[in-house]
Design a protein around this ligand. Structure first.
Ligand code: NAD
Length: 439
């Protein structure tokens, strides 16, 4: 079986490599020539645990190809996945220009029946737009080649993407064509060895499922942050509350950790996009508007704690920051709360020294190029720093040598944006510890 995956980012590259790993012949296509060259040379354009090994192994075996030529990639392919970006437009709606450009190009270049499956996160009605784009490109050629469209939203998590793809909780497929359904069934069979995982549905429902899933997860986070902020005021401890409510299986213990707000390339843009879809249809999604508002405020909570400890004017002060990426195990800096915190500390006159195990290159290149001093390791960031801010809970920050930390930090003050440190223990070492959601 042969397929093409168009867009070689977090979703496309992981999907392509994992499909190749189960024996499918895959061509990953991207318009970014540099990215394709890097991949051909075994250099990963992104950081994702386990990805390098699986990409190199399948590339060497000849099952995984990289190309900038979409026409060539879809020759003989039974499925073409669209996995390009859908960034937010100015009004918050998902910008479909990359998705529709790919659909148009497939229509121009296809030579046989093909299933065009959208993996990108796209609003309801996109399936129809993809179908129209392919159809009008075919019409221009005077061709009536048959094709099918499908919606196959991706649920992988950055940081555990390979694992999630190989062992999915579920595979959602929106489809309205019997032949296409059989092809998708065959394609996904190897990922369902431990039981049926595919949920078939109509295309609009599949498109909506992805937004509803991300919106629900974002809601859990904002809900907990809201409760945590109240906990601080009333003298309760949000960590205890989290354990208390998380033990109820109807609530569950995931995604209820208070912190510095959600970030990344998905939750912020997807929450905005579904709010926008609601407005287009005259339906105000009030819960999700609050989810977004709470999250915007939450990104300022840590810097506010710094100011209430040291005063509004932080001129001449230096802060060490551990972690930049929006969550551990990824180099993704898109919408990372760290960028907001850095801006706020700098606006108050402070200097920031940062260390992140993998995201510093990404931060330098795209997001916070010259705003911080990048350090060679976690301890280096503490040299001459007035206090430490923990922003991303990478494992290597969990049990530092407090002896070394105490020697380097000017003041024993820690702003723990992810509640990873034990306040009581740090208290015995003479530290003032500020967490999220407790006094
Ligand atoms: P990304 O920005 O990492 O990658 C997108 C890639 O598409 C880029 O390499 C870009 O060069 C390429 N591209 C753009 N136009 C193209 C074209 N015409 N032809 C070929 N390639 C083209 O994006 P991503 O994070 O992989 O996300 C892709 C989609 O998947 C988005 O809709 C996103 O919301 C969704 N998604 C992302 C995640 C995630 O964790 N990142 C998870 C699930 C779903």
């Amino acid at each position: 079986m042969k397929i093409a995956v168009v867009g070689t980012g977090y979703v496309g590259l992981v999907s392509g490599a994992c499909f190749a790993d189960v024996g499918i012949e895959v061509t990953c296509v991207d318009i970014d020539q540099k990215k394709i060259e890097k991949l051909k040379n075994g250099i990963m354009p992104i950081y994702e645990p386990g990805l390098e090994e699986i990409v190199i192994r399948n590339y060497k075996s000849g099952r995984l190809h990289f190309s900038t030529d979409l026409g060539e990639a879809i020759q003989g392919a039974e499925v073409a996945f669209i996995a390009v970006g859908t960034p937010p437009g100015e009004d918050g709606s998902a910008d479909l220009k990359y998705v529709l450009a790919v659909a148009d190009e497939i229509g121009q270049k296809m030579t046989d029946y093909i299933v065009v499956a959208t993996k990108s996160t796209v609003p309801v009605t996109t399936g129809e737009k993809v179908r129209s784009a392919i159809k009008s490109a075919l019409d221009k050629r005077g061709s009536d080649l048959p094709f099918a469209v499908a919606s196959n939203p991706e649920f992988l998590k950055e940081g555990a993407a390979v694992e999630d793809f190989l062992k999915p909780d579920r595979i959602v497929i929106g489809i309205d064509d019997e032949r296409a359904e059989k092809i998708m069934q065959r394609l996904y069979k190897p990922f369902q060895l431990s039981g049926e995982r595919i949920i078939y549905m109509d295309i609009p429902s599949a498109e909506m499922t992805k937004y509803a899933a991300n919106a629900m997860l974002a809601t859990k986070i904002s809900f907990m942050n809201d409760i945590a902020n109240l906990c601080e005021k009333v003298g309760a401890n949000a960590n205890m509350v989290r354990k208390g409510i998380g033990s109820d299986p109807r609530i569950g213990n995931k995604f209820i950790y208070p912190g510095v707000g959600y970030g990344g390339s998905c939750f912020p843009k997807d929450v905005k996009a579904i709010i926008r879809t609601g407005r287009e249809y005259g339906h105000e999604l009030r819960v999700l508007q609050s989810v977004e508002d709470v999250n915007e405020d939450q990104k300022h909570v840590l810097a506010n704690k710094v100011k209430s400890h040291f005063g509004e004017d932080l001129s001449g002060m230096t802060f060490a920051m551990w972690g930049l990426s929006f969550k551990p195990n990824t180099d993704d800096m898109r919408e990372a709360p760290a960028a907001v915190i850095i801006d706020e500390l700098r606006a108050a006159g402070a200097t920031v020294k940062a260390y992140d195990p993998v995201a510093m290159e990404e931060a330098k290149e795209h997001y916070i190029f010259d705003k911080v001093t990048y350090c060679k390791d976690a301890y280096d960031a503490l040299v001459d720093a007035d206090a430490l801010l923990l922003v991303t809970e990478w494992s290597e920050f969990r049990i530092p040598s407090w002896e070394v930390v105490s020697k380097l930090l000017k003041n024993k003050v820690i702003f723990d944006g992810r509640n990873i440190y034990d306040k009581n223990y740090l208290g015995t070492l003479g530290y003032t510890h500020y967490g999220i959601g407790s006094k």
